[in-house]
Design a protein around this ligand. Structure first.
Ligand SMILES: Nc1ncnc2c1ncn2[C@@H]1O[C@H](COP(=O)(O)OP(=O)(O)OP(=O)(O)O)[C@@H](O)[C@H]1O
Ligand SMILES: [Mg+2]
Length: 282
């Protein structure tokens, strides 16, 4: 099974996703990294069909994903988000919250199935009698992950799933995602503004700026030979305020920028075996 976006565009009043194309195989971890406002959640929302693209195609196994019925789609693609509490009814006990997705699909999980689910997420069985407001952020994210995985989807879209958590809990959730990927062969689309997390987890990486893919390819190849923009992000500089706009979104902050970078947008071109880079100078 694979998931593919081809030539996707999406315009808001002041923001545009331009010509977004990438492919992801089942069982693969693809990381998406970019600063705040670069369009990460917009891409996640399109992958989850929460918003529709203006143009382009979204395919699952070659089939138009937009024509797949919501119920069938939710068995293929699921999402987890930065604030798990928002998706969990605060008045319901965890025992219900874990059963809810099964019930929505006309299934009734037995206690053993719920027990296995808790174990695979390293949650103690005591949480079953709690409501979300009595649990930690890390526990809530584990419950959100359990709910997303209960229908055994092929792809999990994870939009900054660790950003609201303490650093030690972040590492636990990252390791949990890695474990689930290896055990269940679930494909993970992992979104973060944290390059370290993205490169630690992902086999393939997509780097975006202002809704445009700047670089995409095998994580190892990008690490060895990064785009100047990615190198800039690697140094932990995320501010893009007050800069002169050029056709290359990175024009005014790039240490290598030349006139051509101001005057024309570079194409995304092959710079390695499995590596595409949008830069006039590479
Ligand atoms: N529904 C909407 N209507 C208008 N503009 C929107 C809408 N959703 C997002 N935007 C704008 O699109 C841009 C990209 O937003 P998006 O949430 O995708 O960024 P992001 O990379 O996820 O940022 P962050 O790291 O802060 O989560 C922003 O400028 C945002 O204001
Ligand atoms: Mg976001």
């Amino acid at each position: 099974m694979f998931l593919e976006m081809k030539g996707i565009t999406k315009s808001f009043k002041k923001f545009k996703i331009k010509d977004l194309s990438f492919k992801m195989e089942k069982g693969e971890i693809v990381g998406l990294v970019g600063i705040s406002g670069s369009g990460k959640t917009t891409i996640a929302s399109m992958l989850l069909k929460l918003i529709l693209p203006d143009s382009g195609s979204y395919l699952i196994n070659g089939r138009n994903a937009l024509s797949i019925k919501r119920k069938d789609f939710s068995r293929i693609v699921q999402g987890i988000f930065q604030n798990p509490a928002r998706a969990l009814n605060p008045r319901k006990k965890v025992s219900f919250l874990l059963k809810e997705p099964y019930l929505a699909h006309g299934k009734s999980p037995d206690d053993l199935e719920i027990k296995r689910l808790l174990e695979s997420l390293s949650l103690p069985k005591e949480v079953l009698n709690e409501t979300p407001n009595n649990l930690s952020g890390g526990q809530l994210q584990r419950i959100a992950i359990a709910r997303a995985l209960s229908l055994r989807p092929s792809f999990l879209i994870a939009d900054e799933p660790t950003s609201a958590l303490d650093p030690t809990v972040q590492i636990q959730i990252i390791d949990l995602i890695l474990k689930l990927n290896r055990k269940e062969k679930i494909g993970i689309f992992f979104i973060s503004h944290d390059l370290n997390q993205v490169f630690y987890l992902s086999e393939k990486v997509i780097v975006i700026s202002e809704g445009i893919i700047m670089e995409m390819g095998d994580a190892d190849e990008i690490m060895k030979n990064p785009h100047p923009y990615t190198m800039y992000l690697m140094k932990g500089k995320f501010s893009e305020a007050n800069r002169e706009k050029g056709k290359c979104p990175f024009y005014s902050i790039c240490p290598l920028a030349k006139e051509i970078c101001r005057d024309s947008m570079p194409e995304l071109k092959k710079t390695g075996e499995n590596h595409l880079t949008r830069c006039h100078l590479l």
